[in-house]
Each structure stands twice: as C-alpha cells, then as structure tokens.
Design a protein. Structure first.
Lengths: 117, 113
C-alpha cells in the first residue's frame, strides 16, 4: 500500500525567507504526486501536481516542487514567503485502480506553516 | 465555473443519530470522492462514486455509506453516530480518472455530542 510522510509537523519561517516542505512517498509504481494547501476553515486547494516528464513542476502562488525518484521525495519550495502563505500543506499520492475504482488520494499528515513578521 | 459545494457547512448531532451530507460537483465532473479529516488520523479516503456506481471504498465501517445521483450530485450518510465521527467531511470532484485533479469543497464540519 502507498504511504506519504511529511516529517515536519510545524515549520516557522520569517516573511520573505525561502521555504522548503518535505514529502517522502512509498509507492511501487510510477507515483502521481500532489501538493494541496488548506487555510483555516477551508477545503483543499491544489498547488501543483506531478505525473511525468520534467521533474521540476511549477504551481500557483509561486510554489514549485521537485520530484526525485532516487530519494522518493517530492519537496515543495517557495523562494520568498508571504504572510498569506500561513496554512496547512498536504502532500498526496494517487494510487492506481483496485477493484475497478480509484483508491483515492493518500495524504501525508500535513505541515503547519507559520510565518513570522 | 462554480466550484464544489457542500451542504450543510456545519452540523451538530447526538450519539446514535444518523446524518446525511450533500455534495454538488463541478459541472461536467462525474467522479465524487469523500474524505474524512480529523486531527488524529488526518485525511482518510471514504469512498468514490462514478456515474452512480461506487468504484472503491476506504477502510471505514458499514455505518458510512453514500450514493450518487444521475446529475453527479452525491450524498454521504452516517448511521448510528459515534463521538469519533466528529470530523470535517470533504468531498472532491474530478473528471473520473484517478490521475485527474480532484477539486475539493469547503467541507461539512460534523460535531457529535
């Protein structure tokens, strides 16, 4: 079964500083990877996704992520964070079909990002 | 294009009752998935419906059920509520392939007293 690990439960970054959120996955086949963001009281918003091809993918709000198969990682980065980036960030992997349907997304536990002024 | 909508947004029930949550997907999306989000377990997949058929189910007891209508709207039902069912229930819609992006609604916050 697939799994996703986000090692950092909380991360505190100063406004304007760079950011890297870590994500490691365990999946036997080619992974389909996603990063979602959740603001308080809101649903999840897709930041970016990786299916194949270029291992550096660009997303919305200035985020990017790099897929590294050798490290089973899909880390999210942003060169300069803004106070509005404070939120919960989730890495997820899409599993293949079993029993005729999708297994759904498997999420990591999330990383809570705090922005210091 | 309107996003995924969920009703109601907040719900308070007591143990033993049952509850029905509703999800309206993005127009043209035929797949609706349901997730439970709790502080302890995080986000967990409940089930997915495509063209009125449940295609897959996560590891939840039979008290959790769902259905999908011909217009792709979906409902989720939880019977005999337990305190541990208190959670944010999110639905997501997509075109239908597991690699398609899932677009999430704002969720229904269920509190069981």
């Amino acid at each position: 079964a697939q799994s996703v690990t986000q090692p950092d439960i909380h991360i505190t970054v100063s406004e304007g500083a760079s950011l890297e959120l870590r994500c490691n996955y365990s999946y036997g086949a080619t992974p389909y990877l996603f990063w979602y963001v959740q603001s308080p009281g809101q649903g999840l918003q897709l930041l970016l996704k990786y299916f194949s091809g270029d291992t550096l993918v660009q997303g919305i709000k200035g985020f990017e992520a790099e897929f590294k198969r050798s490290q089973s990682s899909f880390n999210l980065r942003k060169p300069s964070v803004h106070w509005s980036d404070a939120a919960e960030y989730f890495c997820a992997v899409a599993a293949g079909y079993s029993g005729g349907g999708a297994d759904g997304l498997t999420f990591g536990k999330g990383t809570h990002l705090i922005i210091q002024p | 294009k309107a996003g995924v909508t969920q009703t109601p947004r907040y719900l308070i029930k007591t143990r033993g009752q049952q509850v029905t949550l509703s999800c309206s997907p993005i127009s043209g999306h035929r797949s609706v998935s349901w997730y439970q989000q709790t502080p302890g377990q995080g986000l967990q997949f409940l089930f997915e419906y495509f063209s009125e058929t449940q295609r897959n189910k996560g590891n939840f007891p039979g008290r959790f059920s769902g259905r999908q209508f011909s217009n792709s709207r979906s409902e989720m039902n939880v019977s005999t509520l337990e305190l541990g069912d208190s959670a944010l229930y999110l639905c997501a819609s997509s075109l239908g392939d597991y690699t398609d992006t899932q677009y999430f609604g704002p969720g229904t916050r269920l509190t069981v007293l």
